[in-house]
Write a protein that binds this ligand. Structure first.
Ligand code: MG
Ligand code: MG
Ligand code: MG
Length: 305
């Protein structure tokens, strides 16, 4: 039995790719079950409800199990006991991480906007038909990861595959569905600040320095005006509690197409050098910055070298 499972603090791509990949594996004669390493966020819950899926099984221990990893390849985002599991495959669209294996594995890693885009190519490769409800969740994951095609990570392959999936799922106006999803994502009122910081949070090892980067993608960043000070204070508290060198929170405005980045750091000059900018009261607006993987990490990581 193979567990298909995405990264810690799962996002919609991690959950939906675990489901879509498990269905494919079963169809080609490899018994598989989807799993998740953490709570389902509100956007993902909206997607699951919309297409009639239950959340995958919550599972954090994989010792002795076979696991097919989706949507990451960094050890920091893997289960703690990953070294005692057998990684049978990786399907991902991030930079190559630091996971290694002791047996040969199947790798589907490509620079596209979403893991579900690659899973769709796997279905085509194996000649397996995609059920309408699975096409629906795959489509939503791609719209989420590519910020409805606005992210610089979005490729022609992603847009082509979204159109194909929309046809299969019977969705006429997929952009309207995408906006509905981002409206759900933008409902932050009354949510504790720590929960917001950790909602889409990833830990990284940058040349020996521990760095954490969270991101909130909303339709209008002014919704954070009232809680920005509280977010800054808690970001620094999180940094100290977790022994991080630097903790960042991207407040991304998908309509203005940029991000305000809140930075808590042992040495803020590293961030300032990375982005050739000056922080003011611990934050800075980065125009056109929508993607953590393509517009933040590739600049921040070398600054720690
Ligand atoms: Mg992800
Ligand atoms: Mg992804
Ligand atoms: Mg994302």
């Amino acid at each position: 039995m193979i567990y298909t499972c995405g990264h810690t603090t799962p996002d919609s791509d991690s959950i939906c790719s675990a489901i879509s990949l498990a269905y494919l594996l079963n169809k080609i004669g490899r018994e598989a079950t989807p799993a998740r390493q953490g709570d389902v966020n509100p956007e993902t819950q909206f997607i699951l409800d919309r297409f009639g899926f239950e959340a995958p099984e919550l599972k954090t221990e994989f010792a002795g199990e076979e696991i097919y990893i989706t949507d990451y390849s960094d050890k920091g985002q893997a289960p703690a006991d990953i070294e005692e599991a057998t990684i049978v495959g990786i399907v991902d669209h991030h930079k190559l991480g630091d996971l290694t294996t002791s047996t040969p594995l199947e790798c589907w890693i490509r620079p596209v906007g979403c893991t579900n885009t690659i899973v769709k190519e796997m279905y085509d490769y194996h000649g397996v038909e995609i059920p309408a409800n699975i096409a629906g969740i795959m489509l939503c994951a791609i719209l989420s990861d590519t910020v409805i095609f606005k992210s610089p990570t979005c490729t022609k392959i992603d847009t082509k595959i979204v159109r194909e999936l929309a046809k299969i799922a019977g969705i006429e106006d997929f952009k309207a569905l995408g906006m509905e999803m981002f409206k759900v994502k933008s409902a932050v009122e009354g949510v504790p600040v720590r929960e917001l910081i950790l909602r889409d949070y990833k830990p990284f090892d940058m040349h020996g320095s521990a760095v954490g980067i969270g991101q909130l993608e909303v339709i209008d960043v002014s919704i954070f005006d009232n809680i920005k000070e509280e977010l800054k204070v808690d970001l620094e508290a999180l940094r100290v509690e977790n022994g991080l060198h630097t903790a960042c929170l991207l407040l991304t405005d998908i309509m203005k197409e940029g991000s305000e980045v809140l930075v808590a750091s042992e040495d803020t000059s590293i961030f300032e050098k990375a982005f050739d900018t000056k922080l003011e009261e611990g934050s800075v607006w980065l125009n056109k910055c929508l993607s953590r993987k393509k517009q933040v990490i590739p600049f921040l990581e070398p600054a720690f070298a």
